[in-house]
Every structure is written in C-alpha cells, then in structure tokens.
Design a protein around this ligand. Sequence first.
Ligand SMILES: C[C@](O)(CO)[C@H](O)COP(=O)(O)OP(=O)(O)OC[C@H]1O[C@@H](n2ccc(N)nc2=O)[C@H](O)[C@@H]1O
Ligand SMILES: Nc1ncnc2c1ncn2[C@@H]1O[C@H](COP(=O)(O)OP(=O)(O)OP(=O)(O)O)[C@@H](O)[C@H]1O
Length: 314
Amino acid sequence: MRHYSLTAPAKINLHLEILGDRADGYHELVMILQGINLADRIDIKAGSTQDIHLHCEHPDVPLGKENIAYKAAQLMCREYSQSYAQYGGLDITIEKNIPVAAGLAGGSTDAAAVLVGINLLWKLGLTQPELQILANQLGSDIPFCLEGGTALALGRGEELSPLEGLDDVTVILAKHRNLYVSTAWAYQTYRQQYEKTYVEQPETLELGRKQAHSGNLVSAIGQRDYTKIGKLLYNDLEKVVFPSYPDVEALKLAFQEQEGVLGTLMSGSGPTVFTLCSSPTAAKQVVEGVKAKMNDPALEFWITELTSTGIEVT
Ligand SMILES: C[C@](O)(CO)[C@H](O)COP(=O)(O)OP(=O)(O)OC[C@H]1O[C@@H](n2ccc(N)nc2=O)[C@H](O)[C@@H]1O
Ligand SMILES: Nc1ncnc2c1ncn2[C@@H]1O[C@H](COP(=O)(O)OP(=O)(O)OP(=O)(O)O)[C@@H](O)[C@H]1O
C-alpha cells in the first residue's frame, strides 16, 4: 500500500505590519515569513474505510473536524470526489514537534503537508498554483507553508513573493509552557484598539506604502546582512499581546539583554519569542543567560536554524 511521509516546517515572522482592517473580517498585512527547521511529521496513507482518520498523541491537538489538517483532507475529498471514491478514505498521523498555538503556524503547516500528501497519494498531478488555490481556502498562513523558505506576504498573507533564502542562522524559540494566545483574539483586539480601515489605493501608491516599512528588511535579506536583519525585526501584534501577557514582553527583554543576540521578536500572534544568533554555541550561552535571569521553570527553549527548505517527502 502506498504511503507518504512528509516533514512540515514551522515558520516565524521577521516582519508583521498591519495596514488596516478589511470588510471581510481579515487584516491587510505586510509580512516577511521565514521557515525554520523545527518540523512536524505527517504520515498519510489510504484508510481501510471511506472515513478520514487522524492520529496524534499530543494532548492539545484535536482529532476531529476542528483539526486544520482534517479540514484539508475533507477539502480534497470534496474537490476530487472521483479519486476519493476510487482510493477510499485516509489515514493521517501527525507527529507533533511544533509547539501548539504558539504563533509558529503548526496547524497550517500540517494542513499544507496534507494537501501535498493527498496530491501524491491520489496521483492528482496538481501544480503548485493549483495547490495554492486550495491552501488559500483553508487559512492565511497555509499558502506560505506550501512554499516555505523566505517570502514577502501581502493581502491577508496569501500574496507571496519569494525572497533570497536564509539558512545559515541559528534561531532560539522560547515560550512559557501552557501559555496560549488565540490569533483571532490578537487581531480582534488590535482592531478595537487601533481601528484603521484599509482603503484600496491606486496600485502604485499602495505598493510604495507597503514597501516603505518592510523595504529595508527586504534589502538586508537580499544582502544576507544578519546584523541589519536582526535590528529590523518588527511585529505590530506585540502592541496588543504584551499588555495582556507581560511575561511574553519580559521574555523578549531578557533576550535583548544578552550578548551575541542579533535580534529578538514575538512570532505571529505569540506567545513564542524568537531570537536570531550567529552560531549554535552563542545560542546556548544566550539560553543559559535567559534561564538565569528569568528563573522560571515554566520556560521552554528550542535551538534550531532558519531553513530555505519547505515541505519535503522523506
Ligand atoms: C498571525 C499569523 O500567523 C502571522 O503569520 C497569521 O496572520 C494568521 O494566520 P492564520 O492563523 O492562518 O489565520 P486564519 O486561520 O486565516 O485566521 C485566524 C484569525 O486571525 C484573523 N486574521 C488572520 C489573518 C489576517 N490577515 N487578518 C486577520 O484578522 C482572522 O480574522 C481569524 O479570526
Ligand atoms: N494540526 C493542528 N496542530 C495544532 N493545533 C491544531 C491543529 N489543528 C487545529 N488545531 C487547533 O488550532 C489552534 C491553533 O494551533 P496552531 O498550533 O496552528 O497555532 P499557531 O501556530 O499559533 O497558528 P498561526 O501561527 O498559523 O496563527 C490550537 O489551539 C489547536 O486546538
């Protein structure tokens, strides 16, 4: 029986700027997204019945229709009903290595891997743009997860332009165990506090505005100037997450104080704080410094790298 195993990397946001809210309930964004080497593993094969069966040992991952990977499988069954009838149901196992509800697109990357896996399992031959149309229906981070690497993302996150790949930098991830931030809550709170309606502008004007803030970071990425990249990290959602979750801000400040840090920022809607370092050795020292400063047993740390590799069949 055919069986596919895929690695599905997490992401961080090097830049997240909110231009305003939109009539469809989303926010118009300018982001720079970056894949990292921390990945879930997705195993996918034909099931013995017509059902979709999801397995995951992580206690915080739902196993039914609320799981975004399950929704991705359902979408494929609906869109390609003939293949579904021909090949039968699906058996999907998620090995969860990416922290849950952490601002690292864990669910989104699982869903993207399910789209890729079913495309292979059912021999659909869908192209990347065709997969992108499906990804876009499922969530805002999923189109990026399908591509991976480094990308500028506009719109609600789905208008992607690839940037120079960054893959020789160490990144520390840190978060408080059992601290979760809802993405919907973060954007809704931002909407309430910084109400600014996004107005479509003539193409050239709008492009100029979008490039104004992220442009320097895009240039630094092009030059692979990691010192500059570290200084230009930016996330508008820190403005709403930090006042409600002061521990997250304290964690960022503790990283900023350490020597050997290139830059530090909250990823997505948090609560994970990431820190760029020039080497794994420097990163280990930084983690020790933060542990000593915070003295909080609830803190968890991961040391990994930026990666230009997206979803891969292994
Ligand atoms: C915070 C980020 O992870 C940064 O990459 C993304 O912007 C969120 O991506 P995501 O979790 O895939 O988001 P979705 O599942 O599409 O939406 C989750 C929630 O965030 C809000 N949301 C999301 C994206 C966006 N551009 N504007 C929003 O206001 C949606 O209204 C929804 O309530
Ligand atoms: N495959 C999945 N993996 C993890 N969580 C999932 C999954 N499917 C649904 N969820 C639910 O979605 C919520 C958000 O989890 P996820 O790990 O995707 O958050 P996130 O990394 O903050 O997402 P993003 O960065 O895209 O906003 C969790 O509380 C969990 O209950």
